[in-house]
Each structure stands twice: as C-alpha cells, then as structure tokens.
Design a protein around this ligand. Structure first.
Ligand code: FAD
Length: 526
C-alpha cells in the first residue's frame, strides 16, 4: 500500500527471516537472558527459554540489564520509578544469586550503542544465544530488529519473544474486515475466546533451577557487579525517600504476596468498590506490572483459579471485572503495535491533531501543584505528589479536567504523569490520556465532559479522600467539602483562604462551553 512497515512487523520479519540461520548456531559456553521490563525470575518467558537452552547443553545461564541516560529521559522519567527499578534490581540480584546466575548491570552512555555493547559482552562471555522479552514501543522494536541482524553476523542468536501480553499481538483481528480492533469490548471478548481455545498461552513458567556450581568460578567477575547509583537529577528528595520506599517495597515476592492478599480479601467486591478513591478496593499492583515484578499471566491465572471453573469472564463479577482491567493493559499494548504513531506524540485519532489547545502556564502550574480550587482534582494531584501513585477514578478526573476544563494539551499531562508516577507505563498512560481527552482509542466522546463536582459527590461522597490529601479542607463539614468556595459562607471561606487554599481557577460551566468550541473547531465541526 506504499506505507512504511510497522516497527513490530520489522522485528517479526527480522526474526522470521533469520530463524533458520539462527537455529543452526551451536551453543557455546553460556546463554544470556537480557532483562528489561521483566524484573522477575518466575513466569518469565525469555528467561525460561534461555534456561531450557542451557539445560539441554549443560552450559551456564548469565543475565544482563542495560540502562542508558536516555532511558531516564524516555520511559523511566520519574525519580520514584528509577528508585523502584534500582531497588528491584538489588532484590533480583539476590534471587538470581541463589540460583548461581550472575546479573551483569551496565550503563551504556549512548543508547545507539546498545547493540554493540551486547555483542561485546556476548563475545567476552563466549555466549552464543541471547533471549529477551519484547517491548512494544517503537524505539525498542527498532532496536531489537537491528540487534537480531547484527547478532547473526557475529554468529549469535538473539531471540525476542512475547511476555508482557498474554495473547500475542496480531493474533486477534476483527471478524468481518480482519483488521486490528479499535474498541475494547469486542477485543476483550475475542481475547477471552482465544485464550479459552489456546490455553497454552496461559501457561505459567517455573523459575530456572540453579546453574552448575562451576558457573561461580568461570564467571566469578560477574557475580559482584554493582547496581549503578541513581543518576543525579533523578533522585528522590530526602524528605520523600522513606515514605516512598516504605510504601512501595520492591521484588517479585512482594508482588505475589500483594496479589494473594488482594485475591483473598478484596477481589470479590472489586466491581463495586473500585471507583472509590478513599477505599482500598483495588489491587495497587500497577507498580509491579510496570516493573515486570509480576506477570499478567500469573495474575490472571491466580484470579481465574478463584473462579473455580477456569474461565476468564464468567462467575464472580469482581474477579471477572479485575481480569478485564488487566485486559485493558494488554489492549493498550496492542494499540502501540498496530498504531505506532501513538509513540511519537501523535494522537491515536489523527483528526484530533488540530485541536487549538491553550498554553496557559499558570493554569498548568495550578493543576500540577494541586491548586485549582477544585478539591477532588487537588486531592488527586497531591496524592500523586506524595505517593507517586493516583487512584484510577481520579486519574480520569484530573486528565479530563486538564484537557476539558483547562483546555490544555493532554500531552503536557501525559508527560507530567510519566515524570511522577511510580507505575508509569507508556502504553497505559498514553491510553488513559487518550481516553480522557477523547483523542485516543475507544475514548470518552469529546462532548462528554466530566463535571468535577458531580464526580466528587459520587465517588468521594463523604469527602474522606479530599480531607486526607488537602489539609486546608480537613475541617470542612458536609457537602461543602466538594465546592468550599461556592458552598461555605463568607466567614468560613475566609478561614480556608487564609490557610492558602485557592478559589476555583475556572468556572466549570464556562469551561465546558470553551472546550466544546475548541474541539468543534479542531474537528472542523463549527
Ligand atoms: P487495579 O484496578 O487493581 O487493576 C489491576 C491492573 O490492571 C492494574 O494494576 C493495571 O496494570 C491494569 N489496569 C487497570 N486499569 C487500567 C487501565 N485503565 N488501563 C490500563 N491498565 C489498567 N496504569 C499504569 O499502570 N501506568 C500508567 O502510567 C497509567 N496511567 C494512566 C493515566 C490515565 C490518565 C488514566 C486514566 C489511567 C492510567 N493508568 C495507568 C491506568 C490505571 O489508572 C492504573 O493502572 C490503576 O489505577 C492502577 O491501580 P491498581 O493496580 O490498583 O489497579
């Protein structure tokens, strides 16, 4: 059709065109697993394949993690996330050490040289095979496609496999037209059917068994590799460190324990409780999905075991609903594969490129700092500042507020989230911002505009979430908590103002009108 091949197709093509030549490469002294967003030893597809390769030949399994300063500017922007990954690497190194598997961690100054670095290490270790789990962002797919070919020239087999999704991308297409799905509900139905028909994709892989003891002798230099320090400019500030670290313990054992506890205590009520930000009705596992300390296969398997009948979408509503939320994560990964321009700051719906966003720095600053005068928005932004996490309902509220009350470019919000979230995940974040700003895949229609007051009254009816995160409003009683400027008498409001809480920076009714005009103008529907 004259279109450029998609980066995902380029990688698939590189893998399939080299498969015969790669299969003829003999195993040398070691097989390598390249860790990326999969920082766990159990249920890890590529690690399991690398291990199987060593087992058949009796050679050593070595593992590798590479990071570049550019990664810290691209996908792992948030200091909390950098800190979480570095802490996770410490735990992972210990887990691997118990299996006599070394973890070599290195900073590659220039991301372009990643492939060269991998080849140098492979040659140094006399290793013939390297395995990695696929990352679906454009740069990562292109990097892997390059390295597959580069490796072959050095007589090295680089195999890249699916792991962070359960059904392989490309496997599900719409019935009539055979095109990628653009709506979640039919995609999810097809996903459930596909996995019921192909239960092998739900198979959970055991962790590797230990390397032969000799590995510790042959590769002794690799066992004491230090985890690199956190780069300057990415450090949590000293006041935050203790709270963030105690709130978010790293590692796969922690992830599994959290999952088990959630399944034991909360999942049954998930559907009814998940929308209330002051309750603890959700799993709070996104940080682990994002770092790869938990695989979605394991999560879905453990949840469906509770259903008792092995299905994914029938039985208890809470469990089925939770599995479908994990499905959203996978759906958004498929979007990166099929519509790669979303990785390049373009909206999924290209016709939304022309929306005349406003660029009001004062409004953006007020949003970022939780000083909009809308208590539910401010509570959420302060939860983010403090916990480095935000409840899903309030993520939708603040995103809608940014795009539709403040008429600001949603990409500013998307970036701000990635700069602060501990669970920042490009696909889910981009999908969530696309949904809220109506420019994404299967989004909220542009004329549907969340009313922050109604959202607040519905989902934080007692105002507990607001009181927790906005101390200036701690003593406000009753319904006034949702709109103190409008609902308190003058004297009472003056007290709040004296504490530094701002008046609403926009009036929702007016803002709604402005947003409608802005969207219609951009879409040529004036
Ligand atoms: P639960 O409700 O327990 O759900 C279980 C898991 O399912 C989550 O951990 C997550 O992996 C997945 N999930 C749930 N809801 C969604 C969803 N709407 N989209 C994709 N996956 C989902 N999630 C991220 O992991 N990283 C992000 O950077 C991110 N940014 C978002 C930005 C916006 C504007 C919005 C609206 C949503 C965003 N989400 C993001 C999705 C969702 O808000 C979080 O995954 C969820 O709040 C995490 O809490 P939990 O683990 O308790 O979720």
């Amino acid at each position: 059709s004259g279109q450029l091949p998609k980066p995902f197709d380029q990688l698939e093509q590189a893998l399939s065109s080299t498969s015969t030549a790669r299969s003829e490469i003999p195993v040398r002294n070691a097989v390598v697993h390249w860790f990326r967003g999969d920082l766990r030893v159990s249920d890890n597809t590529a690690l399991h394949m690398a291990y199987e390769k060593t087992k058949s030949k009796g050679v050593s399994l070595i593992s590798l993690f590479l990071v570049s300063p550019e990664d810290y500017e691209a996908h792992i922007k948030s200091p909390a996330r950098v800190d979480f990954i570095l802490r996770t690497l410490e735990v992972l190194r210990e887990d691997l050490d118990n299996l006599n598997i070394p973890l070599w961690v290195e900073v590659v100054e220039d991301r372009k040289n990643m492939g060269k670095k991998v080849m140098q290490l492979m040659e140094k270790w006399n290793a013939s095979h390297i395995f990695g789990n696929m990352e679906y962002e454009v740069d990562e797919l292109r990097r892997d496609a390059r390295i597959v070919n580069m490796a072959l020239q050095k007589n090295i087999d680089f195999t890249v496999v699916h792991d962070s999704v359960i059904a392989p991308p490309g496997a599900l297409l719409t019935k009539g037209t055979g095109k990628p799905f653009m709506v979640f509900t039919p995609w999810f139905k097809a996903w459930v059917t596909y996995l019921h028909e192909n239960p092998n994709y739900l198979e959970v892989f055991p962790p590797p068994t230990p390397n032969p003891k000799e590995t510790r002798i042959y590769y002794r230099d690799l066992f004491d590799c230090p985890i690199p320090p956190c780069p300057e400019g990415k450090r949590l500030n000293p006041k935050e460190v203790e709270y963030v670290r105690s709130t978010w313990p790293p590692g796969e054992k922690e992830a599994l324990a959290r999952l088990q506890k959630f399944l034991n205590e909360k999942v049954m009520a998930y559907k009814d409780q998940r929308d209330f930000p002051s309750g603890n009705g959700t799993s709070v596992l996104s940080v682990h999905f994002a770092a790869g300390t938990l695989s979605s296969r394991t999560a879905v398997n453990m949840a469906r075991e509770l259903l008792g009948n092995g299905t994914l979408n029938t039985g208890n509503k809470g469990i089925a609903c939770w599995i479908s939320e994990v499905g959203w994560r996978e759906f958004y990964r498929n979007i990166l594969v099929d519509f790669p321009w979303v990785c390049m700051t373009k909206p999924f719906k290209v016709q939304y490129s022309n929306i005349p966003w406003q660029y009001n720095d004062a409004h953006f600053e007020a949003w970022c700092t939780g000083r909009t005068g809308y208590p539910i928005v401010d509570a959420a932004m302060r939860q983010l500042a403090s916990m480095k996490y935000m409840h899903n309902r309030t993520r939708m509220i603040v995103a809608s507020f940014l795009a539709k009350d403040l008429c600001l470019d949603w990409r500013k919000g998307e970036r701000f989230f990635m700069e602060h979230l501990i669970d920042g995940d490009f696909a889910s974040n981009n999908g969530g911002w696309g949904w809220s700003s109506s420019s994404g895949c299967d989004p909220q229609p542009y004329f549907k505009i969340f009313n922050p007051l109604l959202q607040s009254e519905k989902f934080d009816p007692e105002g507990d979430y607001i009181r927790k995160w906005v101390p200036e409003l701690k003593h406000v009683k009753g319904k006034a908590i949702h709109a103190p400027f409008d609902r308190l008498d003058r004297k009472e409001w003056a007290k709040i103002e004296a504490l530094g809480y701002p008046k609403p920076i926009v009036k929702h009714v007016e803002a709604k009108g402005r947003a409608m005009e802005m969207y219609k103008k951009g879409l040529g529907r004036e």
